[in-house]
Ligand binder design. Structure first.
Ligand SMILES: NC(=O)C1=CN([C@@H]2O[C@H](COP(=O)(O)OP(=O)(O)OC[C@H]3O[C@@H](n4cnc5c(N)ncnc54)[C@H](OP(=O)(O)O)[C@@H]3O)[C@@H](O)[C@H]2O)C=CC1
Ligand SMILES: O=C(O)C1=N[C@H](C(=O)O)C[C@H](O)C1
Length: 267
């Protein structure tokens, strides 16, 4: 995750700093990202934007880090892509429809500078432990009859279920379908209040909002007579920053759309 990739500046082999702008810079994640980028070798912060700000050319940024709200994120990303600026997106709410629209835009986008094309990373979670949890869950899921996802977050979070939980359930659902697994067993016929949670690709997903929490997730896997629990805890938003910095360094080398930071780090 700490591999440094800076962009060649000229034929002499000199490497120049990657210019980075943060969109959503006054938020919980954005303010942490500003500090991480300022502290990172090879990166320089050239812009910090909040709601109501004109993004313009993002201060001449090579890469924008987008950490806002689901309703604002697609337009911010489209603005960057139009200008040939690579984007690292941590904001959640990117459903299939939004991803398809972005894919179409990227296919039509002109190459950024002399590079191969604009790169966009949609990263539902930047924490290495969360990426490993998702991977372990997908690997384990075909070996169990029952699988449920529980995400637990601070009560200021506006979206539910979390982007991480939605992606975890999708990865589990795909792994189970490829392995030919049956649906998870569930005799419920009466659930007027939705107590069995959301169903994402057939996997129940439950959301808890609790004062004192930051970002946490459990995957429960059950067979007759046994249970496997996978759990990840982000106690602090600092846990996301090595992933943000690694993504900023790598996004220019990954033209087109990538969903999931795991694809940049060989997971
Ligand atoms: N991928 C990951 O690992 C992680 C992702 N997240 C996700 O990141 C996103 C942000 O989370 P968090 O920082 O907690 O949220 P906050 O509510 O703290 O911050 C959101 C920020 O977005 C800004 N904003 C809203 N609309 C716009 C707009 N149109 N243009 C520019 N800025 C805008 C707000 O600006 P202002 O203050 O100026 O009004 C606010 O500061 C969420 O989707 C969350 O799920 C969170 C943690 C980790
Ligand atoms: O809003 C948050 O806090 C988080 N959002 C992301 C998500 O929805 O998955 C990542 C992490 O869970 C923290």
């Amino acid at each position: 995750m700490n591999e440094q990739v800076t962009e060649p500046d000229d034929d002499s082999g000199t490497r120049r700093e990657i210019r980075v702008a943060v969109i959503g810079a006054r938020g919980r994640m954005g303010s942490e990202a500003v500090r991480a980028i300022e502290a990172a070798e090879g990166l320089s912060l050239v812009g910090a934007y909040g709601s109501g700000d004109d993004l313009g050319d993002l201060g001449g940024a090579d890469v924008a880090v987008e950490l806002t709200v689901p309703d604002a994120s697609p337009a911010n990303v489209a603005h960057c892509v139009e200008r040939g600026i690579h984007v690292v997106v941590g904001t959640t709410g990117w459903d299939d429809e939004r991803l398809d629209a972005l894919r179409r835009q990227l296919a039509d986008a002109p190459p950024a500078g002399a590079g191969p094309g604009v790169g966009v990373l949609i990263a539902p979670n930047f924490a290495i432990g969360a990426l490993l949890l998702m991977s372990f869950a997908a690997k384990a899921a075909p070996f169990f009859e029952s699988v449920e996802v529980i995400e637990l977050h601070h009560p200021a979070k506006v979206d539910a279920p979390s982007g991480t939980a939605a992606r975890t359930a999708a990865m589990i659902g795909r792994a189970r379908s490829e392995a030919g697994c049956a649906d998870v067993p569930d005799a419920t016929t009466h659930d007027p209040d939705g107590a069995r949670g959301a169903k994402i690709d057939g996997i129940p997903v439950h959301a808890v909002r609790l004062r004192g929490l930051t970002a946490h997730q459990e995957v429960l896997l059950g067979n007759a007579g046994e249970m496997l629990t996978l759990r990840h805890d982000s106690f602090d938003r600092g846990s996301f920053m090595p992933g943000v910095v690694a993504a900023v360094r790598a996004v220019g080398d990954h033209p087109g759309l990538t969903v999931g930071l795991e694809h940049y780090i060989g997971l």
